[in-house]
Design a protein around this ligand. Structure first.
Ligand SMILES: Cc1cc2nc3c(=O)[nH]c(=O)nc-3n(C[C@H](O)[C@H](O)[C@H](O)COP(=O)(O)O)c2cc1C
Length: 164
């Protein structure tokens, strides 16, 4: 049972944030599986409150770029996800003091699951926590209660020298 102890640890340590991607779109199945995996983690109260939205059109991508303090890799990554929670769902079950913290925790767990899974698929990611919620909420026209916590960049690492 513990044969893989050090291999598993080494897999985690081999993950590094990637900020320079090949300009190649991934297969839709890969994207969908990663999104599913994002929803597989623990969530406060087992609520269905996490949202993981792939931002694919270029106008929305530019809004994310602006909403991430103009970090170039947000603009250049072939795929980006906006991850957060619908706080109105959390509010129905928990006191106000818990809403923000659960919202953040749920979202970051979802992001981390995607990060680890992507690494296992040979893909690079970068967690973007430096965001301006005001720009994202307004620019992307997010529904009331939708609270974004991070952007996740995803793609093939240019540094991996993959043969196409
Ligand atoms: C809460 C948090 C916020 C982060 N925000 C950003 C960010 O806005 N932009 C970025 O390029 N990397 C961001 N990162 C990635 C870190 O810079 C990175 O994980 C760290 O330097 C360690 O490097 P590694 O991921 O390669 O191990 C963030 C990571 C965390 C956990």
């Amino acid at each position: 049972m513990w044969n893989n102890l050090y291999n598993v640890r080494d897999r985690f340590y081999s993950r590094k944030s990637v900020r320079d991607y090949l300009n190649i779109k991934l297969n839709i199945d890969v994207i969908n599986v990663l999104i599913d995996i994002g929803f597989s983690g623990p969530v406060s109260g087992g609520l269905k409150c996490v949202f993981i939205r792939e931002i694919s059109n270029s106008k929305e991508k530019r809004i994310c770029y602006k909403g991430a303090y103009y970090q170039e890799h947000v603009l250049k990554a072939p795929h980006i996800f906006l991850i957060g929670c619908n706080d109105s769902i959390i509010k129905k079950k928990y006191n106000r003091e818990y809403v923000n913290v659960f919202s953040c925790q749920n979202s970051v767990i979802a992001a981390q699951n995607i990060i680890i899974a992507a690494h296992e698929f040979g893909l690079g990611t970068c967690f973007i926590g430096a965001i301006r919620k005001d720009i994202l909420v307004e620019g992307l026209n997010l529904d009331k209660g939708y609270n974004p916590w991070c952007i996740l960049c995803l793609g093939l690492n240019r540094g991996d020298n993959i043969e196409i």
